[in-house]
Ligand binder design. Structure first.
Ligand code: NAD
Length: 313
């Protein structure tokens, strides 16, 4: 008998329309909402929220800088906010989670990329150029509302990098020490959906079926990330991202095939070919790193291959 444990985490997930945002806010019992999000989708969200909306915040930034969170917390206090709605990518979600860490306010998240942060109890924050990551159920959003229409305008390079970031969440569940039959299922389905969807999105970014597949794949990948310990891939991405200020999704996209080959995963070559076909950076050099930057780094062999973008050995 194989021993394992698995806990299903209490997140309400809705695949539908932004039009139901007000109903979802009501279901959470929130009537004084802080809306995080840029005007692109935030304006429509504000309309749907109507009188429930008491404040807006548009300055969410990559890697959740604590000074931005402090500004947002002032807005929360000034307006007597009783719930947070975030509409956007992982940056908007990260700010909602950071607010929840300090206030325990309920969160309703509407993701517009494939980052998957909306499903996890993980929060990465930056202060003084250092990123620290913690895991606590306090930051896991209560409700996630996916509306595929919001992703149709996500530019192909952002979609591709974000999609590979999602793929990395699922892949890591395959070699995690606490993987279990449920995460195996989630990872397999997620990888199938994402591998199929990304080339179709690159060919036609308005392909609703491909976008739906990618969104479902990102959901399942987020569940994987939440359910298992982060391993080599995430440790390398977080370390390099923090040390050299690298962009989050692109760093995942560049490193993924190399980590997969290093871990002996037989579909590493497929992921390398997929990434090579997409309009994203393909090497750490393209992200601005040099040979000298890698001196003394862990896993230097793996990183040297990724530096040039050569086919993983
Ligand atoms: P992001 O949220 O910064 O979005 C990338 C860019 O795309 C931004 O300029 C944004 O305005 C734009 N954008 C977003 N949605 C769009 C849309 N539908 N149409 C057009 N433009 C759109 O980046 P991301 O990759 O989604 O998230 C990265 C952040 O998420 C990082 O801070 C990372 O640490 C965090 N993250 C956290 C977890 C977790 O579990 N804690 C998981 C994954 C990512």
């Amino acid at each position: 008998m194989t021993s394992f444990s698995y806990a299903a985490n209490p997140v309400r997930v809705v695949f539908g329309s932004l039009d139901s945002l007000g109903e979802e806010a009501d279901r959470l019992g929130i009537g004084r909402v802080l809306l995080i999000g840029r005007p692109r989708h935030g304006d429509r969200a504000a309309q749907v929220l109507g009188a429930r909306l008491v404040a807006r915040f548009e300055d969410a930034a990559m890697h959740t800088p604590v000074d931005v969170t402090e500004r947002a917390l002032k807005v929360v206090a000034e307006h007597g906010v009783d719930g947070v709605v975030a509409v956007g990518g992982g940056s908007a979600t990260g700010l909602a989670k950071a607010i929840a860490l300090h206030t325990d306010l309920p969160q309703l998240v509407v993701p517009t990329t494939y980052a998957g942060s909306e499903l996890t109890a993980v929060l990465g924050q930056t202060a003084d150029g250092r990123k620290t990551t913690q895991k606590t159920p306090k930051v896991r959003p209560e409700t996630v509302l996916y509306d595929v229409d919001l992703t149709l305008g996500l530019p192909v390079p952002v979609s591709a990098a974000s999609g590979l970031n999602a793929l990395a969440h699922a892949v890591e569940a395959r070699y995690a020490p606490d993987a279990n039959p449920m995460t195996d299922l989630l990872a397999a389905e997620s990888i199938k959906l994402l591998m199929r969807a990304l080339p179709r999105i690159a060919a036609d970014p308005s392909d609703v079926d491909a976008r739906s597949d990618a969104q479902r794949g990102a959901w399942l990948a987020g569940l994987c990330l939440d359910a298992v310990q982060m391993g080599l891939h995430h440790h390398l991405c977080h370390h390099l991202g923090g040390k050299f200020g690298l962009p989050h999704a692109e760093t995942h996209a560049v490193l993924l095939p190399y980590v997969m080959a290093h871990q002996g995963l037989d579909d590493a070559a497929d992921v390398f070919e997929l990434a090579a076909s997409l309009p994203i950076p393909h090497s750490l050099a393209e992200l601005g790193l040099t040979e000298a930057d890698l001196d003394g780094e862990p896993e230097a062999d793996l990183l040297r291959q990724a530096l040039t973008g050569a086919r993983p050995a």
